[in-house]
Design a protein around this ligand. Structure first.
Ligand SMILES: [Zn+2]
Length: 93
């Protein structure tokens, strides 16, 4: 994909959370344990940017919003014991 300097430096026009309904349920109700060693995992908030909204995520409320550059928050889980890192979507499968 061609790099776009203008897009890279522009401010986000909207933000959302890249949850699928299943991931959202997991996020709200589950306390994930490390699949490798069973330790309780630490949640971390991160984000990435996209052009336009991602279908199937929680973006309904953005129908009238400029989605030229959307900031998506997502969560990762890190094990404090063995250092393994998983995304919410990996754990919620
Ligand atoms: Zn672990």
């Amino acid at each position: 994909m061609k790099r776009n300097q203008d897009w890279d430096s522009m401010k986000h026009t909207a933000f959302s959370y890249s949850f699928t309904p299943k991931e959202f349920y997991f996020f709200l109700f589950k306390k994930p344990k490390c699949p490798d060693c069973g330790e309780k995992m630490l949640r971390q908030k991160e984000y990435f940017s996209t052009r336009g909204a991602i279908p199937g995520t929680f973006t309904q409320e953005m129908a009238s919003v400029n989605t030229k550059k959307v900031k998506y928050y997502y969560y990762t889980y890190t094990c404090p014991k063995c250092g393994k890192k998983y995304t919410l979507s990996e754990l919620a499968k």
